[in-house]
Design a protein around this ligand. Structure first.
Ligand code: UT7
Length: 336
């Protein structure tokens, strides 16, 4: 059976910065409160770009860094909770067209909120290891600013736009060792975009009630996230007979510095092991983990063979963890 490896990583962020000081002018909040409660200082906001545009930029660089030709990519999967269109076409189909990927390529979106990238890894690993596909492009892409209510101070300070992408291919080295995904739909209403689906179809009333935006019971979600993530990381380490000191980099979903710190302390990860991007990008949902891997790759921390532990928790609820050896070899930028 072939083994699957993450052979490239890339990210793209829109250039426009929305700082905490900008938000102070929009809602009743303060830079001090936001930094203390979340660790976020700024986030990126797309203006004229839509989710597929953001995902296309990350996807293009991920293919380039994989060393493969576009014709060799035989599936593209996009995780997003802010797709270009509610139902169809999928954002993956649009990115495939933007990138001129092969005609007839398998392309679909998944919806697993902030755990999107972990779900993508599990699907891509299964496709490659079963022999169904050879090279799978996976993308977490979000224009969360399109589903955020900028009059709601409890959510608008948290989210940002961006995309992260990777190629998963068959390889003899640096395999994706283990991926675990999970869900619990019984508490879905604690973190929800209620409107514009079949439950509350788009209408004047739906929009007047702001049901098209993200609603979150932040404090309850926070407590469940800390407990669930700690257990998820402990379980995957134990299952793989590993301890935290054998991990080179711990790359958690970047929702809130206090959640990350709580998990990091309980698992005894050091500052050097922990990759943090929450201050500069906020929470970019499915894009947050690949964007963070990319950050540590571009600044030279993550190298070919680095052992990575990923974890995420999000709407659904969904959660998951992954352990992998990074298989990227061909560092380059988009203009190379
Ligand atoms: O990515 C998916 C998973 N998502 C998460 O994991 C997010 C989880 N939740 C969180 O990160 C945190 O709960 C928040 C950052 C959203 C909120 O922090 P908190 O420490 O849980 O605050 P809180 O909701 O308990 O609110 C405390 C107070 C409230 O005022 P009162 O009722 O005590 O008078 C809020 O109204 O803080 C107030 N508040 C704010 N004050 C200034 C809420 N938002 C703001 C704000 N600026 N932006």
């Amino acid at each position: 059976m072939p083994k699957a490896s993450l052979i490239s990583i890339a990210a793209y962020t829109p250039s426009r910065v929305l700082s905490n000081f900008d938000l102070e002018k929009m809602v009743e909040t303060s830079d001090e409160w936001i930094v203390k409660r979340t660790g976020i200082k700024e986030r990126r906001i797309a203006k004229d770009e839509i989710t597929s545009d953001i995902g296309t930029k990350a996807g293009e660089l991920a293919i380039k860094r994989s060393g493969l030709k576009k014709e060799q990519i035989d599936a593209i999967i996009c995780a997003t909770i802010s797709p270009d269109h509610l139902c169809m076409p999928s954002t993956a189909c649009k990115i495939a067209a933007n990138l001129s990927l092969p005609h007839g390529i398998t392309a679909f979106d998944i919806s697993a909120a902030c755990t999107g990238f972990i779900y993508l890894l599990e699907i891509a690993k299964s496709l490659v290891e079963s022999g169904a596909k050879k090279n799978v492009l996976i993308i977490g892409a979000e224009k969360l600013s399109s589903v955020v209510d900028y009059t709601d101070r409890s959510t608008c300070i948290l989210f940002g736009d961006g995309a992260g992408a990777a190629v998963v291919s068959a390889s003899d080295e640096n395999e994706i060792l283990n991926v675990h995904t999970a869900s619990d739909g019984t508490q879905g209403e604690l973190l929800i975009t209620p409107g514009c689906g079949s439950a509350f179809p788009a209408s004047k009333e739906t929009l007047d009630k702001k049901l098209n935006f993200i609603h979150m019971a932040g404090n309850e979600v926070f407590k469940i996230a800390v407990q669930t993530l700690t257990k998820s990381v402990l379980d995957i380490l134990e299952k793989n007979n590993l301890t935290s000191d054998q991990i080179d980099f711990f790359i958690p979903h970047q929702a809130n510095i206090r959640i990350i710190e709580a998990v990091k302390q309980r698992l005894n990860f050091t500052d050097e092991q922990c990759v943090l991007t929450v201050a500069k990008y906020g929470n970019t949902s499915s894009a947050s983990i690949p964007m963070a891997i990319n950050d540590a790759y571009e600044d030279g921390r993550i190298k070919n063979g680095s052992m990575l532990l990923l974890d995420a928790f999000g709407g659904g609820f969904t959660w998951g963890s992954a352990i992998l050896k990074f298989g990227g070899k061909n560092y380059c930028d988009l203009n190379a």
